[in-house]
Design a protein around this ligand. Structure first.
Ligand SMILES: Cc1cc2nc3c(=O)[nH]c(=O)nc-3n(C[C@H](O)[C@H](O)[C@H](O)COP(=O)(O)OP(=O)(O)OC[C@H]3O[C@@H](n4cnc5c(N)ncnc54)[C@H](O)[C@@H]3O)c2cc1C
Length: 392
């Protein structure tokens, strides 16, 4: 019987796109990422290359200068970036934040911003949702935007606003009606597309947070920051609903990254297990080494099917909350399990930075916490899919 030794799945969609992305990623080897990681620097050159090849504008319609591809194609782009050992963490936000502008922005907003985002002239990489005191309970957010003539005045604090120092625009979620004046906790929240160029020190204070990964995340303080009323996306008070479909897109897209991470670790583990000779034989000949790799391969293939299902439903404009959350859960777990297995396979060498395993292992852990924690995904499935009582 012929044996399947490749870690590449038999059927891969968007083959040409995969090859094109992999070609560009080939210019950014582990050494590039290792150096940035050591200095906590932003991958400007990589983001420029991704922009110039149009990959970051995959979801922007052709009329606005993008390629108008479905979510599935964008998910594949992120998967390949991570499968090749690169990281889209510095630039992936553009893919899911621009959807809110596209679906709910006015014709003027779309015409003004989308072509510039597509060309790279404007960077939309910051998404201000999380706040220090409210955590996963997004509807309780406290940042206020109060209408004053032709402006809104913003006050409050965001935390974990990634890439705010490397973005021109921010998609901001703020309360426009106080909590005690709304009937539903999801009401009274609005979405704004704000220009943060030159805002630092002028009503906005952005402070980097030192984290275990090179993610350029920050805390953002707003102190009487005035924004034009035209920054409002859609109707005032409906912002929470606008970002919900964007959040499904985000979960699916980032699942692509997790699949890519899982495949990266599996390939590295397989190669090393075949090459490393201990006790006179390749370590991969030992079942204690081989079977965990086989297991995470199966987990990754299963997660891949769920991601494809979620993409198909999203691209058919059907409700995909269950599938988006299950994609997030399964792909994040497959990636983390693959990271652990790869770490074990490399033995002590996993700790040596030059092998890139420890760096990817650190980076891969994030998917179990952000953009949504594992528990919160499970509570969604419990309540919305299985009909169990709301637990939070
Ligand atoms: C590197 C990084 C980058 C990020 N980037 C962004 C960004 O760009 N924009 C942005 O808005 N946010 C960002 N985040 C924030 C991220 O979305 C949150 O950290 C995440 O949603 C979890 O929220 P929290 O940290 O406040 O945890 P908490 O809500 O405080 O939860 C802590 C723990 O308790 C659990 N928990 C809480 N309530 C319940 C419950 N009812 N039932 C069961 N378990 C529960 C959670 O699952 C979690 O394990 C980022 C975070 C990190 C670490």
């Amino acid at each position: 019987m012929e044996t399947e030794t490749s870690t590449i799945p038999i059927e891969k969609d968007y083959q040409e796109l995969r090859e094109a992305v992999a070609r560009v990623c080939g210019d950014f080897p582990g050494e590039y990422w290792r150096e940035l990681d050591a200095k906590s620097e932003y991958p400007t050159k990589f983001v420029k290359a991704m922009t110039e090849h149009g990959f970051l504008a995959a979801l922007i319609p052709e009329e606005y200068g993008g390629s108008g591809l479905p979510l599935r194609a964008a998910t594949v782009i992120l998967e390949v970036i991570h499968e090749t050992g690169c990281s889209a963490g510095a630039c992936h936000a553009q893919m899911y934040t621009m959807g809110t502008v596209l679906r709910h922005g006015s014709p003027e907003q779309k015409q003004e911003y989308l072509p510039k985002i597509a060309s790279g002239e404007l960077r939309l990489q910051a998404f201000g949702v999380s706040e220090p005191t409210t955590g996963s309970d997004t509807t309780q957010l406290d940042t206020r935007a109060v209408r004053d003539g032709d402006e809104y005045v913003v006050n409050g604090q965001k935390i974990w606003t990634s890439r705010a120092l490397h973005s021109d625009l921010m998609l901001l979620l703020a309360r426009t009606t106080p909590k005690d004046k709304v009937e539903k906790r999801t009401a009274g929240i609005s979405t704004f597309l704000i220009d943060i160029r030159g805002a630092q020190g002028n009503g906005v204070d952005i402070r980097p947070i030192d984290t275990m990964i090179n993610h350029h995340t920050t805390e953002v303080h707003f102190d009487d920051f005035r924004i034009p009323a035209s920054s409002l996306i859609g109707e005032e008070g409906k912002g929470f609903y606008y970002i919900l479909d964007g959040m499904n897109a985000e979960r699916i897209l980032l699942s692509g990254e997790s699949l890519g991470n899982a495949r990266y670790f599996i390939k590295r583990a397989v190669d090393y297990a075949n090459e490393r000779i201990v006790f006179g034989r390749p370590i991969g000949q030992n079942q204690g080494v081989q079977l965990p790799i086989a297991r995470v391969y199966a987990e990754t293939e299963a997660a891949d099917l769920m991601v494809r299902k979620a993409c198909a439903i999203f691209d058919n404009e059907q409700p995909c909350g269950a599938e988006a959350n299950m994609s997030r859960l399964l792909s994040a777990e497959a990636a983390w399990n693959a990271a652990e297995v790869c770490f074990d396979t490399f033995g002590g060498f996993a700790f040596a930075r030059e092998y890139d395993i420890e760096r990817k292992w650190r980076e891969t852990r994030l998917a179990r916490t952000a953009p949504i924690s594992t528990n919160l995904v499970l509570t969604y499935i419990g309540q919305h899919v299985l009909g169990l009582p709301r637990s939070y």
